[in-house]
Structures are given as C-alpha cells and as structure tokens.
Design a binder for this molecule. Structure first.
Ligand SMILES: Nc1ncnc2c1ncn2[C@@H]1O[C@H](COP(=O)(O)OP(=O)(O)O)[C@@H](O)[C@H]1O
Ligand SMILES: [Mg+2]
Length: 352
C-alpha cells in the first residue's frame, strides 16, 4: 500500500475503539481506547506515549486481537497491515502473522520466556515452526542472533535457562527472538521500563539499530517522553484513550501544542534537556535544551475508564482550561508542525 508520497504504509489504524465491560453489568462499557488513528511507514518508528492508564497497551494488544473478550469489547475500527485488514483475518491467518511478520517485546521478559526451556531451544522453536528449519540450522541461526544482540558468548547463553540471565540480558534475548523471523513490524511495549537507565538506553539503541538495519518498522510504547527523543521518527501522545497530539518527534518535542504534551515534557525535562537520551547526531531544538525548568509533575491522575470527564478529558488537570473545555473535545488539527486537539500549550508562552 503506497501513500501519497510514494512510500509504503505498513500499518494503518483507523478509529480504533475498545471498551471493557463492567464486572456483573455487561451492558456498561468503559472506553479504554476511544477512536485512535495512526499510521506507520515501512522502516519508521512511531512512539505511543502517555502516562500509565492512557490506553497504549490496549491499543497495541487489540491490533493483534490479543485481548480476551469478554471483558474486552471491540467497538469498532480497522487495522490494515500491508493492506490487509487484521480484523477480518481468520485466527489461523492471524496466527501466521503473529510471531512472524509482527513480533512483540514486552516489559517483563520473564513472563514471555519459558522458565524450563533453554534459551537456544526457545529461540529455535519459532524458526522451526514458521520456517521449517532443521533443529541444527535453527540452533545456528539462534546463536547468530544472540551475537547480533550483543551477547559475548552466544553459545553459552543459548545453553542457559532464563533465570540465570540478568534482566538486561533477558530483554536482549526477547529482542533477539523478535528480530529472528525478520518481521515487518516490531511492537515493543515498555520494553525498557524494568531496566536501569544505562541498560535501558543500550537496549533502545539496539532496537533502533536492528530495526534500521533490517528495514522493519517499530511501534514503541512508553510512558517516558525522554525515550521518544532517542528512538521515534513520529510520536503520538495519548491521554484517556485518545491521541491528543501527533506529529514528527522533533516538532512535537520542540514546539508542543497540547497542554498535556507540554506537561509531560515539563515533568521529564532532565532527560531530554541533558540530551542524555539523544543518540549521536540527533538533537532537539535549542529552546528545549537551553531553558531550564524545574521538575513539575502534572497535578492529578489519569481518569479511569469509568470516570472520564466530559469534553476534553484533560481539562481537570489543565492549567489552561476554559469553560468550553468541559463541553468540547475538538478533533486533531494542524498546529505548529504537529496535529493537536488543543493549541493552548503553544500560546501560553510557557512551553518547556
Ligand atoms: N482487563 C481489563 N478490564 C478492565 N479495564 C482494563 C483492563 N485492561 C485495561 N483496562 C483499563 O484500560 C485503561 C487503559 O489501560 P492500558 O492500555 O493498560 O494503559 P497503558 O498501557 O497506557 O498504561 C486503563 O484505565 C485500564 O485500567
Ligand atoms: Mg501499558
């Protein structure tokens, strides 16, 4: 599927809506994902960012129909992957895509690894299943991938059980397993959140170099806007089940329009301003780097799916809220280099 610029759109999500039924009251549904649209070009990285509870994981899991229903209730939307509607595929067809064309990396590798199986066996299993390789050929390929993810002793690691590895090494194994089939898309959900800062940064760089090297696209989910600057071409900021601002990462970080984006940046300025997350050759605009700001958390918390305020869901926490924000939730509109539901953050003269 080629877009207007002649580039290939790998993943196109339109008006995704997912709710959860209230326990014991199936007719009551709370919206966890409320009309989300995004698209991802081949070879690009898109970050979904927002505080915990904004609907990032639910959106990603629903793409691959991994949410048990009930309690999940799919209310609408489409996800086209390489032009095919994932929602219209049979379970069998979707299974062929999962773990082969689309691979996932989660926050906690221990929950995805089989504790009683050696690393090498787990890695080869998928290759034998999806590609019909012999045990020996699959073993060789697994070791080659362990080397690519930076293991000094790939053969030794292949013989280990998961609990014998450190958290960072386990996450390298997970990334190895995700890149092993040569997928078109990798979805990483908080893949570095459980790791210390230095290990997390190494893992991010690894993901970036592996996806760049293989031409795969990456959908990276995080609550940490600092990570975004290191890895994402485009960024979608989610709040209470909706995308509130969306655009090229550089524009979004240097000229944010939505007060929520501004708030996230302000509560996380150290990482971004010190450029500690920026890979060589990448930098954010000078105002962001130079103007020092104290660490200011956004007051309040993300509303749960049963407590969504009317109008703009962010208005109770927003320093710029006007009376009409209680009634209106405008669509995404072109702002200063991004698309945003609100531009009050841009006109405040008080951006990060
Ligand atoms: N199985 C479930 N049942 C009811 N509510 C859920 C379930 N899973 C997630 N939610 C709710 O959906 C919202 C979005 O969750 P999630 O996508 O996990 O957020 P994020 O990944 O952005 O932290 C949250 O309010 C969460 O409590
Ligand atoms: Mg999550």
């Amino acid at each position: 599927m080629l877009n207007a610029d002649g580039r290939e759109t790998l993943l196109e999500v339109r008006n995704l809506r997912v709710g959860f039924m209230r326990a014991g009251a199936r007719e009551e549904v709370g919206l966890a994902v409320d009309g989300v649209d995004f698209s991802l070009e081949r070879g690009k990285t898109l970050c979904l960012v927002g505080e915990s509870g904004c609907g990032k994981s639910v959106a990603a899991l629903q793409l691959l129909r991994l949410l048990p229903s009930p309690p999940a209730k799919i209310l609408g939307g489409t996800a086209h992957f390489k032009g095919r509607d994932l929602g219209a595929l049979s379970d069998r067809e979707l299974n062929r895509i999962r773990g082969d064309r689309i691979c996932m990396v989660f926050q906690d590798p221990m929950s995805s690894l089989n504790p009683v199986m050696r690393i090498g066996e787990q890695m080869s299993e998928g290759l034998r299943l999806h590609r019909g390789l012999s045990a020996r050929a699959a073993g060789r390929e697994a070791e080659a991938v362990l080397e690519r993810v930076g293991m000094a002793d790939p053969a030794g690691v292949a013989r280990e059980f998961p609990h014998r590895l450190s958290g960072g090494m386990r996450q390298r194994v997970m990334i190895g397993m995700a890149v092993l089939p040569g997928p078109d898309l990798i979805i990483a959900d908080e893949a570095t959140t459980a790791l210390d800062a230095v290990t997390g940064r190494r893992i991010l760089d690894l993901l970036r170099s592996l996806t760049e090297g293989s031409g795969a696209s990456l959908l990276f989910i995080t609550h940490d806007l600092g990570i975004v600057s290191r890895i994402a071409d485009d960024t979608a900021v989610m709040y209470a089940g909706r995308i509130v601002e969306y655009g090229p990462t550089d524009a979004l970080l240097s000229r944010p329009a939505h007060p929520y984006t501004v708030g996230l940046l302000r509560s996380n300025p150290v990482n971004i301003m010190r450029n500690s997350y920026l890979p060589p050759g990448r930098s954010v605009a000078a105002p962001l780097r130079e103007r020092r700001r104290r660490l200011a958390a956004i007051p309040g918390a993300v509303p749960g799916i049963w407590d969504r305020p009317p109008g703009c869901a962010f208005h109770p926490r927003c320093a710029f809220a006007a009376p009409r924000c209680r009634e209106e939730d405008p669509p995404l509109r072109a702002a200063d280099g991004t698309f945003s539901r609100c531009a009050a953050g841009a006109h405040s003269g008080d951006r990060p």
